[in-house]
Structures are given as structure tokens and as C-alpha cells.
Design a protein around this ligand. Structure first.
Ligand SMILES: [Zn+2]
Length: 389
């Protein structure tokens, strides 16, 4: 980018081997990056031993994001850097020492081409397919900074709607580390859209040391955030167009916001720490939003306690009737409680969990409140077999 010269405010498009640069104004105040844009593989790697169908899955790349990044760059006239090769070759959104830099296994699929990986092969992939992308990002940042306008870094990703057969409720997530300057207005904009389930550092955290934004944003003091869109929403052209339009509108407004511009600091300055001395008042407000996560858990717990209390009061309602009507009963709730405890590494017996729900040992509750089920209820239960206790 050095040949762009200090006065040329434009970054030219460039087709590299492992990456491409989309053109845009160097003084736009925005750089878009896309670490998982492509699912191609260099010819010598074939399909890494995978069936073609696996390369079309989320494990190989972020479905739906490339057209969105192209739209953002074109509409906002901002430079963008995108990868071409699959993250299965090497993941540019990992630190060099990260054990998941080159995955041997992803979401149940073994990657045969990554099984035997010696240091020479790892170095080769770093040199050919990792470093050029990061150098390209650095060069674009340098060219932007040379205009005197500090850019923000926006990374676009997408996440699979279901991971290990658990479906994910969020439509969009904003991932961020310690710098809320870009994340906060993004979150507020998504909240303001209405009808969106917005993840604040969900479905995963943006606090991954060594990842792309850590390397180029955190380390260089640039405001940065990841936007993650759920893949089923952007799998087809209509969805991609809708989300492109939404993101263009939101990002354009954020770039116009003088607060965001004011908050950009000289490169190399320490990023604002949420708990640090330079906590900005807007940062403080944002911490309230973060606290809301704990509040949400409290509200959920309060609703759960009401449910348990209700079930205790309505001891006339039989478990078998609950099962027949709603497919769950007090014992299911006890099992869910026990499973949640197990997931947190706590030892809780089945009987212990039931006592939490029934408010007394299960046997005692049965003796006190359980009545002989009617033949109809028994027949209905036998027919649907809704649950095995
Ligand atoms: Zn991704």
C-alpha cells in the first residue's frame, strides 16, 4: 500500500492468491475484514480428503458473508480485505500458537488432510495462506492512518444455526473484547431494529487473544468489533441482500455519529479498559448493558421459582396429566435441573434434584399427592410414551 502515497486517499482493489482487497476510500474511517469468506483450497490440497459436501458446510467457511462484505465495501466506499481459502487450510482468525489454527476435527468431521501435519507443513501454510492476509490488513490500516483519519475495524462472520444439535436463538451477535467503542453502537442499533434476538458476545465471546481483531484492532488501538449473522438468515440471495442493506444502513449511521469519531484515538494508545481509569461515560453506560446479562439470568431464575412454587401449590395436578398434555412433568424439570448442575461440574443426585423441585423427598410427595391415574390417562400415556423417566 505504500505506493498509494500519503496523499492518495484511495485503496486500490487487489487480487492476491490467498486474499483479495476490495477498493475503497482510505479516509473513510472504516475497514471491513472477513476472515472466513471463502471455501476454496489451493489445487495441491484437493479437498483435504473431505467429501465435496463438507466443503459447502459451515466448517469450511462462513456461509453467506462474502456478498455482504462486497456490498458493505461498495455501498460505503470502504476498503475490505477478504480471504479466499477455507479456514480448514489454516484459520486466519486464530493466533499462530492457537491449537485450533489448523483443525484436525470440526463439528464431527475429521479433516484427513490435516491429520498428519509436521512443522514444515504448518510453516508453509502460515507463510502462504495466513501471513499474506494479515500483511494485507496491516498495509490497508497503514494507508488509512496515513490520511490522518483513524479507521474502525469491522469484521463480518456468520455462525451456524445449530451447533452439536443445539439450535441457537440469536439472529445476530456482536463480539467484542475490551473496547466497546464500536460494539456498543452496533449492539444498540441491532436492539433498536426490533424483532431481533441480539447476542452480546454470543454465540461466543470476542475475547480471544491472538484472533484477527486482537492482532489488528486491540494491538493497534483501533476500535473494533465482530458482527456475526446466523447462517440460515443469509444462505440465499434474498437474505444476503436484506442483511447487506441493514448493515450498510447501521454502519453508515455509526460512522456519521460524531461520538464514535471523537472516540477514535491515536494509534498505539492504550485501548479503553472497561474497569480502567480512562473509562468514558459512554463506556460506563455500556457496562450497564453488560450487567443486564446477569439481570436477565435473575429474571429467568425468578420465573423458574414461580413455576416451581406453582407446581407445589397445585399438587392436585398429576405428573401423568402434565405429561399427556404438555410432554413434561415435575420429574422432567428435576432432570433438567440435574443436567444443568452436571454441566457446571456439580454433583447432584436424581433424588436431590427432585427434592429441589418437589420441596420434599419424591417418595413423600407421591405418598401425599399422587393419585391413581385414570385408565384414560394411562392409555394416553402408553400411546404417546412422551418421556422415559
Ligand atoms: Zn467466522
Amino acid at each position: 500500500m505504500a505506493d498509494q502515497g500519503l496523499r492518495a486517499p484511495f485503496i486500490k482493489g487487489l487480487e492476491g492468491d490467498s486474499f483479495c482487497i476490495l477498493p475503497g476510500r482510505a479516509d473513510r474511517g472504516l475497514i471491513v475484514v472477513c476472515d472466513h469468506a471463502g471455501n476454496a483450497l489451493p489445487a495441491e490440497y484437493g479437498t483435504l480428503g473431505l467429501p465435496e459436501a463438507q466443503l459447502a458446510r459451515h466448517i469450511a467457511y462462513d456461509i453467506g458473508v462474502a456478498p455482504i462484505v462486497r456490498a458493505l465495501a461498495a455501498h460505503l466506499n470502504a476498503p475490505a480485505i477478504m480471504t479466499r481459502y477455507s479456514r480448514l487450510l489454516i484459520d486466519p482468525n486464530r493466533g499462530r500458537d492457537d491449537p485450533t489454527l489448523i483443525m484436525r476435527l470440526s463439528d464431527g468431521a475429521v479433516i484427513p488432510g490435516n491429520r498428519k501435519l509436521d512443522a514444515a507443513e504448518r510453516d508453509k501454510r502460515l507463510r502462504l495462506y495466513y501471513e499474506p492476509y494479515h500483511r494485507a490488513i496491516d498495509s490497508v490500516i497503514d494507508a488509512c492512518l496515513a490520511t490522518g483519519i483513524t479507521p474502525v475495524l469491522l469484521s463480518i462472520h456468520s455462525f451456524t444455526e445449530s451447533w452439536k444439535s443445539v439450535s441457537r436463538p440469536w439472529h445476530v451477535g456482536v463480539l467484542w473484547d475490551r473496547d466497546a467503542r464500536l460494539a456498543r453502537p452496533l449492539l444498540e442499533s441491532f436492539y433498536a431494529e426490533g424483532g431481533l434476538i441480539v447476542g452480546d458476545n454470543e454465540p461466543y465471546t470476542g475475547q480471544l487473544e491472538g484472533d484477527c481483531l486482537w492482532q489488528h484492532g486491540t494491538q493497534r488501538g483501533l476500535a473494533n468489533a465482530i458482527v456475526e449473522v446466523r447462517q440460515d438468515l443469509i444462505r440465499d440471495a434474498a437474505g444476503q441482500a436484506a442483511w447487506s442493506a441493514r448493515l450498510c444502513r447501521i454502519v453508515e449511521r455509526i460512522l456519521r455519529d460524531p461520538h464514535v469519531a471523537q472516540q477514535t484515538r491515536a494509534p498505539g494508545a492504550r485501548p479503553p479498559d472497561a474497569a480502567g481509569a480512562d473509562t468514558h461515560s459512554r463506556q460506563g453506560e455500556f457496562q450497564m448493558t453488560k450487567l443486564d446479562k446477569a439481570l436477565v439470568t435473575e429474571l429467568e431464575a425468578a420465573a423458574f421459582r414461580r413455576l416451581v412454587e406453582h407446581l407445589r401449590t397445585r399438587s392436585d395436578v398429576q405428573n401423568i396429566d402434565l405429561m399427556n398434555l404438555a410432554g413434561f412433568c415435575r420429574n422432567c424439570l428435576s432432570n433438567w435441573y440435574q443436567e444443568a448442575a452436571t454441566a457446571k461440574g456439580l454433583q447432584l443426585t436424581k433424588e436431590g434434584a427432585r427434592e429441589v423441585i418437589y420441596g420434599m423427598p419424591y417418595k413423600e410427595w407421591q405418598a401425599k399427592f399422587q393419585t391413581e391415574a385414570s385408565p384414560e390417562a394411562k392409555a394416553a400415556f402408553a400411546e404417546t410414551k412422551p418421556h422415559q423417566h
